[in-house]
Write a protein that binds this ligand. Structure first.
Ligand SMILES: O=C(O)c1cc(=O)[nH]c(=O)n1[C@@H]1O[C@H](COP(=O)(O)O)[C@@H](O)[C@H]1O
Length: 238
């Protein structure tokens, strides 16, 4: 199947396999990828991956592994062996954890994209301070993105506000997968470091993760099409 040209990844944050597939069946696998996260996977297990793959979707399995190196490497291998397009770990798990995951994929000839979460988009400076890091999110994101690159990651999860800086430090081909995407005047909800779809692409994001602005909209398809149109009409070269 040809890879979709769209940078959109729709977060299927639903409580059941049926609800997630109901949304997936309204999406076109040539126009977006989909993300399966902790709630859906915990409820439905690998069946959801099989069902989405059967419908032609490339799947980002977002379980944000964070554990000792051997445990994370084994979990990443298990995800990749189920054919997912992308999987993630927490960069704060450190160099040895990330390197072990990368080596495990290479040993088994698995080409799943492996990316690392830097600082969650729901966190701002005061949240970081409570964890003992009295610095701006940008500073910690820069540090963890550089560590992720040095540890063999294909890219990072960050907010779009950090994409431009990460592009400078880590290059164009290093993936910048950015949640916290909100159309202008959209509800931030629990997100803190947000950006509009067009601004995020202009800032250098390579992929946009969009959940509630689509899944909680009165008309999810209309919300998705509006984002597609915003991206299609953004000035070229940005
Ligand atoms: O790894 C992620 O996908 C992720 C990282 C992060 O820092 N922030 C973040 O929101 N996410 C995920 O991205 C999605 C965002 O959903 P909405 O806020 O509903 O658009 C959710 O599924 C989150 O779990």
């Amino acid at each position: 199947m040809p890879s979709p040209i769209s940078p959109l990844i729709i977060a299927l944050d639903y409580a059941s396999l049926d609800a997630a597939l109901c949304m997936a069946d309204r999406l076109d696998p040539r126009r977006c990828r989909v993300k399966v996260g902790k709630e859906l996977f915990t409820r439905s297990g690998p069946d959801i991956l099989e069902a989405l793959h059967g419908r032609g979707f490339e799947v980002f399995l977002d379980l944000k592994f964070h554990d000792i190196p051997n445990t994370v490497a084994s979990a990443v291998q298990a995800a990749a062996e189920q054919g997912v397009w992308m999987v993630n770990v927490h960069a704060s798990g450190g160099r040895r954890m990330m390197t072990a995951a990368r080596e495990r994929l290479e040993t088994h000839n698995l080409d799943t994209r492996l990316i690392a979460v830097t600082v969650l988009t729901s966190m701002e400076r005061s949240d970081l301070a409570e964890t003992g890091l009295d610095i701006e999110p940008m500073e910690q994101v820069e540090r963890l993105a550089a560590l992720a690159l040095a540890s063999g990651m294909d890219g990072v999860v960050c907010s779009a506000r950090e994409s431009a800086r990460i592009r400078e430090i880590c290059g164009d081909s290093f993936l910048k997968v950015t949640p916290g995407i909100r159309p202008a005047n959209g509800e931030a909800g629990d997100q803190r470091r947000i950006m509009t779809p067009a601004d995020a692409m202009a800032a250098g994001s390579t992929h946009l993760v969009v959940g509630r602005p689509v899944t909680q909209a009165d008309d999810p398809m209309a919300a998705l099409v509006a984002i597609e149109q915003e991206l299609a009409t953004r000035p070229q070269g940005q």
